[in-house]
Structure formats: C-alpha cells, structure tokens
Design a binder for this molecule. Sequence first.
Ligand code: PAF
Length: 309
Amino acid sequence: MLTLTTVDELRAELDAARLGGRSIGLVPTMGALHEGHLSLIDRSVAENGVTVVTVFVNPTQFRPGEDLDAYPRQLADDVALASERGADIVFAPAADEVYADDHSTTVSVGGITESLCGAPERRGHQHFDGVTTVVAKLFNMVQPDRAYFGQKDAQQLAVIRRMVRDLNFRTAVIACPTVREADGLAMSSRNAYLSGKERVRALAISRALRAVSESFLAGEREVTKLAMLARAELFDVDSVEYLEMVDFETLEPVSEITDATLVAIAAHVGNTRLIDNILLDPSPDNSSGIDPNTTPRETPSAIHQSRTL
Ligand code: PAF
C-alpha cells in the first residue's frame, strides 16, 4: 500500500490504474479510523480495483471554537489499519496541499444545509460549505467511480448527494450503515473524548432511537408521540441540541411517518457533541424500524437501512 501526500503523485498513480482498466473507490475520512470507517474501506475494496482512503482533518469544516486542534490525529495507526483492510493508497495531504493561501472558492449547497446540524444559530452552513468544498476537491483529485460515506452522518450524506446531482459529478455516492459498539453507541472518532462515565451516559442517544424504532414497529406513526418516547430516554445527556423527524430526502420536518423518515439526534455529553440517527420506512415491504443496536453485517433491518439510502 502507498502513502501519498501530493496531488501530483496521487494523480500519476490513479491515471495508471485507470489506464489498466481498474475502477477507483474513494473513502474520504478525517482519520482516527474506527470500525465504521473500516466498513467503508471493506465495501470499497470489494467493489473497486483500487481503493483510496483520504486522511485529512479539514480545517474549513470546523466552526470557530470547535475541536480542530484537539481532533485525534494518528496517521501511522490509520495507515496500518487501511493497509490491513486492503486499501491501495492512503492520501494524507498537508493543509497547504489542499488549500492554496489565496484559496477563494467555496462549494455551497442550499436548502438542506440549513436544518439539523446546519441550523443558523450553529453557523452550520459554514460547516457544510467546508464539507462540500473539500469533498468536491477530493472528487476532482481522485475522480473516483464510487465514494463511500456513513449513514451516521445522514445530513452530510444528503448534502453530498445533492452536490453530486447539482454539479453533475460522475461519482456514485454509496451510503453504508452506521456501525455500533455492542452496547449501541454509534462509532465516531469523537467518542474518544468521552470519559468512562460520559460514555455510559451517551448510551441514552441510541436508547432513545431504539425506543422510537420499537414504537414505530408496534404501529405508532405520530411524531409528537414518538418524540415523547425519545425525550424520556434522553435525561442522561447534558443537553439535546435537536431531536427531529424529517423527510429522508428533503430533510423537512414531518408530523406523521408516511414516507421514509430520518429520526436524528444531536446531543452534548460533557464537552462532546454526538450525533446519531435511524431511518424509519413505513412502505409495506419494509414496515420495520432500524434497530440502533445492530451492526451492518448482522441483520436484515440494517440491510434494509442501506437499501433505502
Ligand atoms: O465525514 C467526515 O469525516 C468528513 O466530513 C469528510 C467527509 C471526510 C470531509 O472532510
């Protein structure tokens, strides 16, 4: 496996691969790889001739005062893990390789970036502008046939899909199910910030999603009732930034679950901000909720989750 740091080297390798008829899969990450990332790498390795994992802590997607400096950086471990899982290239550029000093172009997706994590009071639009700008740049550097993203960041996924559609990128965006710890906590690089006690309290988030899922499975469709069940579980977190049920495509709030609906939570435990979500799909052939305590390789419900994405 190669570890590359410049766009020129990366392009030279990938041009050769393309000439040899090999398809290219991209797994964009900010490093601190966990099983969630590794499941994306596995899928890309299974589906492509070449898998590129990018490791870049993208400064433009952090808001002022956020955890840019504290964000875990462990490139040697990431390279070892990516290599073990069969990736071909780790691309780990320095910030000045990605952003010229006078960089002045931003890719900005409207509408669906303004709710949930994009709420104006959080300057969320700035976050998503950073994400879409860097993902557009990575797409241009790698020109992947397929790019793999986790459903854990459901809004990011919807925003990237919208960007790909609106700007006619040729890359297929592949969504992969959230990977959870055995006790239900969704895997995230930010889980590393949690103390032992905070980690236990953080389980309230997946419990809340499970309560919603179970009630949905039992036939409840009213959002106010489902939300009450979730709130009752969330007493263990320090604050709930949002608990919302939104249309899966438009991310507009719904009052009744009649179509595929995303149940999304952002909450703070200590100084750590955590997000998680499940998808509820009432269509007759899929009248199941998503069990938030499953990992993607285990159950039909998780397969159902990826089917809809
Ligand atoms: O999901 C992430 O880790 C980041 O937002 C991404 C997609 C790698 C862009 O920096």
